[in-house]
Design a protein around this ligand. Sequence first.
Ligand code: NAI
Ligand code: MG
Length: 406
Amino acid sequence: MAKHTVITMPGDGIGNQVLPEALRVLNAVGFEATYIHADIGWECWRNEGNALPQRTIELLAKYKLGLFGAITSKPNKAAQEELKPELRGKGYVYYSPIVTMRQKFNLDICMRPCIGFAGNPLNYIRKKTGGGFDEPQIDTTVFRQNTEGMYAGIEWTNPPDNVRAALASHPKFKAFAEVPGPDLAVSVRLITRSAARRIVTAAFEYAKKRGFKGVTICEKPNVVRETSGMMEETAKEVAKNYPGIALWSTNIDAQLMWLNKNPEDYNVIVASNLFGDILSDAFAGLVGGLGFAASGNLGEEVAVFEPTHGSAPKYADLNPPIVNPIAMILSAAMMLDHIGEGMKANRIRKAIAAVVQEGKVRSYDMIRLSGGPKAISQGAASTVQMTDAILEKLGTQQVSKAVAEA
Ligand code: NAI
Ligand code: MG
């Protein structure tokens, strides 16, 4: 029997196109696993009134390792309208299955590497003072707290009386005391010391493993004194356990300016949920964007790996599929790192690097096409062809049927 069991959750739209490509690559590096398919996403919502069915939760709880594609989510009104008729008006409420999964399994560490591949035409470049351009090697990994902060979901429009009374006990609330309830929206930014410690520790452990000189905590403690303050204070405490690694502190606003000036100076950045979300998208944009952005959601027991992109419905029905499978394949490589198969993960990354460097096979995003059915005739490689190119660099001859027929 295979040593590992992986729960595969392709989800919706292009999740169904990219996840099978990642499995082809995992097979090609000799990763032996049993894959168990699990349902998640919009179809589950429409047919069952639950985008993350209990059977999927049970599989993840049992096997603890997941590969996830992407899901579609829509605003409440559309969600209700698209429920199958016999479920409508029965009180079903749509919850994002990703958020639910993170909460259920306390997947509190989100790791998002943004590491540039040489030769990627989408890489960040910078004007040199003496003329010409400079393409610094960006190797940044963002550690984003995944379960608390602004995304904890503790919020109200028209807060109930007891919440309003609690707010009124704060001297700063005086300025808002006369605002009518329906005109007042409140989101709570909640940080706990133990979760702060876990995310900062994950960042330091990673810096240690990679041999980096420092970790940057990116918050705003001069203004958001309590929550950002606790993040920074915890980072200082944790840093004491890592004597060879410096702790640097930046503010989120200044950090976004600096990432346009000297992104190569930041190797490991740790932040609370909202700031980490913003930072990781911003850094991902410097190394190729959504087609390259992988992530891991890591809990104490369960870990789920996924590209950060969504289901891209406008491309979901194209035949052949055109989206870039690299983000999904890199996510699978992160899974290998996580379970101690780092050598196989490195082989995958090297193969991707070779394809990108060579430049013969480029998905539509890499050559800045607008996508759509014309992309292939305009010179873009299909999803399957991109994977084939990676497999070829791995030295396997699993050229797909689709290409053989082309
Ligand atoms: P999206 O990430 O699905 O797509 C945005 C655009 O990025 C696409 O139209 C496409 O141009 C490009 N893109 C995305 N993935 C790509 C890939 N692998 N290769 C090349 N180009 C790629 O975000 P959007 O359009 O905002 O949301 C679509 C649906 O996905 C929504 O229902 C949204 O709720 C959901 N979503 C799900 C996420 C998840 O499952 N983790 C994350 C983000 C959005
Ligand atoms: Mg985001």
